[in-house]
Ligand binder design. Structure first.
Ligand SMILES: [Zn+2]
Length: 355
């Protein structure tokens, strides 16, 4: 990967649809307007969920982006990946950037990989047997994986000019060699401002594309609490091939990645850690002999053997394990293991919780 990416970016502004062209100009103007000094800005980035909707992140890509971000163990915010996709292609999986002089295609797809980079970094994210640069289910996981590698590299260079996220973005745009050469984000004199502006524009859009954490604390009743403040998704016992039992063994709460997950009541933690298809999970035994389970967590904040109180934060929701997008999978069980599930909603209602 080299400066070609930067040239491709410039070309993209000229050859894409009028809508994209307009947005491109707005973004460039915005970037010039709030530009301060080079590369050193320190942003307090939340790892949280994306703001979905028209003018923000298209709903069909939000889950993929959040999963790509939460798969990175180096602290890669979903908002950074989203802002990057907005800048690369305006979320257009068919985007092709061409050399403005020769018309030759340079970069492809929602994450604008050049073919040589895709050959090294492409992944088959959806397991359909093809690494397709124009398929967001492949390109977004590849983008996340590549950014994660760059972020880890960046964190080894605390003396470089720029935050680790900014250095990773510069590496994605210009290749890590350029970051090493300038010991930081390359200055405006490099590649006709391409990399410099790329980093500034993306960093200025991260906050806009990140949802504020407005979830607040979930409803409580005495010693008991709902696990998250989020609406219900897939109900208990829904039939389907996605589940090994043939039906859904819990209820899903539509909580975005990073939402605090609360113990529903007092109890003792019997499981806290990796649970295969459940991803990171927690199982708690309550005084009435029943068990609650919390799955697909991005972070686990307690350990097996811990005593917890109702409402205590035990982790953060996510999309780990067998989950297409972020949500909290929640079960009530008569025993600690899979297969002893009962309908969670009557149980929660008996504890005085409105659900
Ligand atoms: Zn579920």
């Amino acid at each position: 990967m080299n400066v070609k990416r930067g040239i491709a970016l410039l070309a993209a502004v000229f050859i894409m649809s009028p809508v994209a062209l307009g947005l491109g100009i707005v973004l460039l103007v915005a970037s010039v307007g709030n530009d301060g000094n080079g590369g050193g800005g320190d942003f307090a980035l939340s790892s949280g969920a994306l703001r979905v909707g028209k003018d923000f992140v298209p709903a069909r890509y939000a889950g993929l982006i959040e999963k790509a971000a939460s798969s990175c163990d180096a602290g890669l915010p979903a908002g950074v990946l989203a802002a990057q996709l907005m800048q690369e292609s305006h979320f257009n999986p068919e985007a092709v950037s061409r050399d403005p002089r020769t018309g030759r295609p340079i970069a492809y797809g929602i994450a604008q990989f050049i073919p040589s980079t895709w050959a090294d970094e492409g992944v088959d994210g959806n397991g359909d047997g093809v690494k397709n640069v124009k398929d967001p289910e492949d390109a977004i996981p590849a983008q996340g994986r590549m950014m994660c590698k760059l972020l880890k590299k960046a964190k080894k260079h605390p003396g470089y000019n720029g935050s680790p996220i900014e250095l990773a973005l510069a590496g994605y745009n210009a290749g890590w060699g350029a970051v090493d050469r300038y010991k930081g984000v390359p200055p405006p004199s490099f590649a006709d401002r391409q990399t410099y502006d790329y980093v500034r524009i993306i960093m200025s859009n991260v906050e806009k594309l990140t949802a504020p954490d407005t979830s607040g604390d979930p409803e409580t009743s005495g010693q008991w609490s709902l696990p998250v403040n989020a609406s219900l998704g897939t109900p208990y016992h829904q039939q389907g091939g996605a589940w090994s039992s043939g039906y859904h063994t819990g209820v899903d709460f539509l909580a975005s990645s990073g939402t605090p997950v609360h113990a529903i009541g007092p109890g003792k933690v019997v499981t806290a850690g990796w649970g295969g298809a459940y991803g990171n999970q927690v199982v708690i035994r309550h005084p009435d002999g029943m068990y609650s389970q919390y799955a697909h967590l991005s972070k686990v904040r307690i350990s097996a053997g811990d005593t917890v109180s109702g409402g205590q934060v035990i982790g953060l929701s996510g999309a780990t394990g067998n989950a297409f997008g972020p949500h909290l999978h929640f079960e009530i069980r008569t025993g600690p293991e899979y297969g002893s599930d009962v309908n969670p909603l009557p149980y929660l209602r008996k504890k005085g919780l409105g659900v």
